[in-house]
Design a protein around this ligand. Structure first.
Ligand SMILES: Nc1ncnc2c1ncn2[C@@H]1O[C@H](COP(=O)(O)OP(=O)(O)OP(=O)(O)O)[C@@H](O)[C@H]1O
Ligand SMILES: [Mg+2]
Length: 487
């Protein structure tokens, strides 16, 4: 067993005292002292020193510390076990000491936070400092198999600013317990990240139920996407060999309610990837955009929804024209704005090379409005059209929503659906109106019939309008001239 080094310990304490007398920041002092203690003091004495120093310093601090012990004397503390699992999963390669164990029954190594190590977590922008403290307790003169029994007393300390007490108790700790449960079940809890006001990503749990089984879309297209995803995740070595960044881009396009966002959620659920939802219109500068992109993690999907609606990205030519004429004519310098070229260059260049297994998805309702730079071959690897509901899509929805594979009304609905342009979202809405298949399907029939009638009326109105135009212009030939002029 390693013996304590009295001189080193004295040095460490002397440094701690000196720090205290001049410290402007108590937190900074704690960190410096901890690192000094770690360097000079043998592990078995570190726990004692840490909590002593910490207890003394905390009197001057705005921080509060929660102590999470293994048990309350009678029952196990659920939070202690959850923290062990959660923190082990959070550990990064940057940790200096990691405990590694493996039982004969298990195939994998289990990593855990080692004694007297610290780790910083963030939640809703709040910094939370974890320490795993271990103290040797002398139980008196108890002897077992000839040697003196040593007891180890272990607990976690969770330190944060006092003002976040309620958030920690009501949100952070419950979510930690949830996450630990998912980790234990071997299932990662998926997250949906959105940019928050301080320029960082803020996570919430992603509980979207969409899967490839529940998606009503062309079966061949569905299979093509699934195969593409599977090939992508298997191809780590391939991407390395050909010198390409390990990323894949999908462009999903189609009318509202055809399942573009549902497909993104299905992809995340299928791959077990988190989603980063990049709302470009909320981002002011290329620098801010880059910061956010760099902060995304591997094995994730970066989604930019409705890319055509993000005005600055719409028209690169006009953007260039405006800049070349007068760089400050619009009251801002061009480099202060998010630009399509800046975004695409960063996605294709530096960003994709600093991470692995990235998927990028753009969605749009108007593919025709997109800048050609986005549609260029090689930019988005797969273009996925999301279409109106087909008979096959309807059957899948009926099976999902009503649990039925056949019904007398199916034929009528299927022939109506091929004529009416309705979205899966609209059909799903009708199917949800009743648990009784006959009633729900009756609603679908009336909805489709109404929809078809309205479509016919619109077509007729348009025909009348066109023939009025022809009459006003006095004949066929001149009308084509008129169309040419209008264009
Ligand atoms: N193809 C589909 N298969 C199954 N359900 C669908 C499909 N499309 C839409 N839905 C249902 O409609 C709802 C809305 O669909 P979703 O948000 O995915 O459409 P969207 O194409 O992203 O629309 P928008 O363009 O307005 O963003 C979904 O929650 C889902 O219940
Ligand atoms: Mg959507």
């Amino acid at each position: 067993m390693a013996t304590p080094a009295p001189n080193d310990s004295k040095n460490a304490i002397a440094v701690a005292k000196a720090m205290l007398s001049t410290a402007a920041s108590v937190t900074a002092s704690v960190m410096v002292v901890q690192s000094v203690v770690r360097s000079f003091v043998p592990p078995e004495f570190q726990g004692f020193l840490f909590s002593g120093i910490h207890g003394f310093l905390s009197r001057f601090s705005d921080e509060m510390t929660m102590v999470i012990e293994q048990s309350d004397g009678y029952t196990q503390n659920e939070l202690f076990g959850a923290a062990q699992v959660f923190l082990a999963a959070k550990q990064s390669l940057s940790m200096r000491r990691v405990r590694v164990t493996k039982s004969t029954k298990e195939n994998d190594f289990t990593l855990a936070m080692d004694r007297n190590q610290t780790l910083v977590d963030t939640f809703d922008g709040i910094k939370l400092k974890w320490a795993f403290v271990s103290r040797q307790v002398d139980p008196g003169n108890r002897v077992h198999h000839g040697s003196k029994v040593q007891h180890e007393f272990q607990y976690f300390e969770l330190t944060f600013h006092k003002k976040h007490r309620e958030i920690v108790l009501n949100s952070y700790l419950p979510s930690l317990i949830d996450e630990a449960k998912s980790i234990k079940q071997g299932k990662k809890k998926l997250k949906l990240y959105t940019p928050c006001s301080n320029g960082a990503w803020s996570p919430v749990n992603l509980n979207h139920p969409a899967t490839f089984q529940t998606l009503a879309m062309d079966p061949e297209l569905k299979k093509k996407i699934l195969d593409d995803l599977e090939r992508f995740v298997r191809r780590k070595e391939y991407y390395r060999r050909v010198g390409k960044a390990w990323k894949r881009g999908y462009l999903l396009y189609g009318p509202p309610g055809t399942g573009k966002s549902s497909l993104v959620a299905a992809m995340a659920n299928y791959l077990n990837f988190d989603i980063y939802d990049l709302e470009l219109s909320g981002i002011q500068t290329d620098a801010e955009l880059r910061r956010l992109l760099v902060a995304t993690m591997n094995q994730s999907i970066l989604v930019v929804e409705d890319i055509d609606c993000t005005i600055q990205l719409q028209d690169r030519k006009s953007e260039t024209r405006a800049t070349s004429m007068n760089p400050t004519s619009m009251g801002y310098r061009r480099q202060d704005r998010v630009t399509l070229s800046g975004f695409l260059n960063f996605i294709d260049g530096l960003w994709s090379s600093c991470g692995d297994e990235r998927i990028i998805v753009f969605t749009t309702n108007h593919i025709e409005k997109l800048d050609p730079a986005l549609l260029r071959p090689g930019r988005m690897d797969l273009h996925v059209p999301m279409s109106y509901c087909t008979p096959c899509g309807f059957r899948l929805l009926a099976s999902n929503y009503l649990g039925i594979d056949h019904h007398d009304l199916f034929d009528q609905i299927e022939s109506l659906i091929t004529m009416a342009r309705v979205t899966p979202a609209e059909v799903a809405e009708q199917l949800m109106k009743s648990n009784e298949p006959g009633v729900a399907l009756g609603d679908v029939v009336s909805f489709l019939a109404n929809h078809k009638r309205k479509e016919n009326e619109e077509v007729n109105e348009e025909k009348v309008h066109q023939s009025q135009l022809v009459e006003e212009n006095g004949g066929g030939e001149e009308s084509s001239e008129c169309e040419l002029i209008e264009e």
